[in-house]
Write a protein that binds this ligand. Structure first.
Ligand SMILES: Nc1ncnc2c1ncn2[C@@H]1O[C@H](COP(=O)(O)OP(=O)(O)OP(=O)(O)O)[C@@H](O)[C@H]1O
Length: 223
C-alpha cells in the first residue's frame, strides 16, 4: 500500500510511469511549501509527462501509478480542475479575444461571485506584477515579458495548491528570464506553494535552489 511521506507540501511517493513497457519516471520526492524540485533530462525523457500525471491530464497511453498529495490531500482522487495545480508553460497562452484584466479575472475561483470584486482582484495582482493600468489592454499588444507576467498573475489568482512549471522561462531573453525566475520563486515562497520546475537550463535549476531530479534518455536508465 502506498503511503504519503509528509503532511505539508507536495509528496510524490512511488510514482512510476511507463510507456509501451519502458519506464520513463520512477520517483519519490517531497517538495516543501515554497520550495522547488527541478526536473531535468533530454527531450522525450518524460518531464512533461510527470507534470501531466500530477495535474490530472495524463494521456491514457501511459501506464502510471504512485501517490501524489499536497498537504496530505490525495490529488489523484480529484478531477484535474479540483486539483488546483497552477500551470505555466513556455507560451503564456493568453486568451486573444479577452482583455488582460479579463484573462486574469477568468481564473478567479467561482466562489468570488461579485464582478466588481473580481475586477479589483485582477487589478491588484496585475499591479503586483508591475502591470498596473494594463487591465484594458489587448494581450496582442504586450511584450513577451509582459505576457509572461500576465500568465503568472492568472495562475496566482486561481488559488493554486502547487505550481507546475513547464519550461516557463525558455522563450524569454536572458535578462527577462532572470527577472521572471526571481518573481516566480519569490511568489511561490511567499504563498508557501510547492513547485515542480521542468527545464533544460542549468541556470534555472541553480536559481530555483532546490534539489534536481535528472531523468535518463527515453527508456533508460530503468530498463
Ligand atoms: N499522448 C502520448 N501518447 C504516446 N506517447 C506520448 C504521448 N505524449 C508524449 N509521448 C511520448 O512520451 C515520451 C515523453 O514525452 P514528454 O513530453 O514527457 O518528454 P519531455 O521530457 O517533456 O520532452 P521535451 O523536453 O522535448 O519537452 C516521449 O517519447 C513522447 O514521444
Amino acid at each position: 500500500m502506498l503511503q504519503r511521506q509528509s503532511s505539508t507540501g507536495l509528496s510524490l511517493f512511488g510514482v512510476l510511469i511507463r510507456l509501451r513497457g519502458m519506464t520513463l519516471i520512477d520517483l519519490s520526492a517531497d517538495v516543501a511549501p515554497g520550495s522547488v524540485l527541478t526536473v531535468m533530462g533530454p527531450s522525450g525523457s518524460g518531464k512533461s509527462t510527470l507534470l501531466s500525471y500530477i495535474g490530472g491530464f495524463l494521456d491514457p497511453a501511459f501506464d502510471a501509478r504512485g501517490a501524489v498529495s499536497v498537504d496530505g490531500l490525495d490529488l489523484l482522487s480529484l478531477q484535474a480542475e479540483a486539483r488546483r495545480a497552477g500551470i505555466l508553460f513556455q507560451d503564456p497562452l493568453l486568451f486573444p479575444h479577452m482583455s488582460v484584466g479579463a484573462n486574469v479575472a477568468f481564473a478567479i475561483p467561482a466562489d468570488v461571485a461579485d464582478r466588481r470584486q473580481r475586477r479589483q482582484m485582477a487589478a491588484e495582482i496585475l499591479a503586483e506584477m508591475d502591470l498596473a493600468g494594463f487591465a484594458e489592454r489587448d494581450p496582442a499588444t504586450l511584450s513577451g515579458g509582459q505576457k509572461a507576467r500576465v500568465a503568472l498573475a492568472r495562475v496566482l489568482v486561481s488559488r493554486p495548491r502547487l505550481l507546475l512549471l513547464d519550461e516557463p522561462f525558455s522563450k524569454l531573453d536572458m535578462e527577462l528570464r532572470a527577472l521572471m525566475r526571481l518573481l516566480v520563486f519569490e511568489r511561490a515562497r511567499t504563498a508557501g506553494l510547492p513547485v515542480i520546475l521542468v527545464t533544460h537550463d542549468e541556470a534555472d535549476a541553480e536559481a530555483a535552489g532546490g534539489p534536481v531530479h535528472r531523468l535518463g534518455s527515453r527508456g533508460a536508465p530503468h530498463d
